[in-house]
Write a protein that binds this ligand. Sequence first.
Ligand SMILES: O=C(O)CCC(=O)C(=O)O
Length: 249
Amino acid sequence: MWDHDTLARYQRDGFVLACGLLSAPEVAALNAEMPRLLDIDGDDGLHRERERSGAVRQVYLAHRHSPPYRDLSRDARIVGPVKHIIGNDVYIWHSKINVKDAFEGTVWLWHQDFGYWVRDGVEARFVSAMVFLDRATVNNGCLMVVPGSHRWGMLPHFSDEVTTSYKQWCIELATLRERLEEDMIQPMTGEPGDVLFFDPNLVHASGHNLSPLPRKTVILSYNDVANTPKPVENPRPDWVVSREYAAVR
Ligand SMILES: O=C(O)CCC(=O)C(=O)O
């Protein structure tokens, strides 16, 4: 549970950065899984997306296939605040390790997660927790957020299929030109073990990793158990829209 002021800050800004939530040994145990999670291809139950260079960009489903990630996804220090924000039990919508290798990791354009998820037959009753697995700096492509932008509501998105190897739903340029001012942008720099809790309508993006430091994070996204997807045309697969609805205990 958070205190009243922390919850009020989350509701005002659309995010809270909780510094030092995980200890160094806990982060080391998560990073020790990385060779296996990144290197094995094939029928290991994980889903991977790659950069155009071939480097791994994302690994989905570590919370089902790796004990330290399974424990993390159920950790009371994360799930407690998530349930407090949502006001109900939650299940894991998906988990993804966003890798951003040194020099190779590429951008995520400005978007709101709900700009994708609205197509999955749900309402915006989610919280995501981004756990920093490396130091996050401006040079290595830390996340950038726009405080308070979750209160703008869902902005128009389009599907960008050219910027990276990966289809991204992004906020239309005309909307960005109208709404976004330079001084609004806040870089989420931090240390391994920090955790960023954020709202599904928070406007966010991140740049290329131009640094010799990798920038790995794992994002655990939780949905209200009362918000399971309604039928839609072309439902997305279970690795990104989980069909396991059991409440996290
Ligand atoms: O990892 C990042 O820098 C951004 C990730 C993101 O916005 C996403 O996965 O939707």
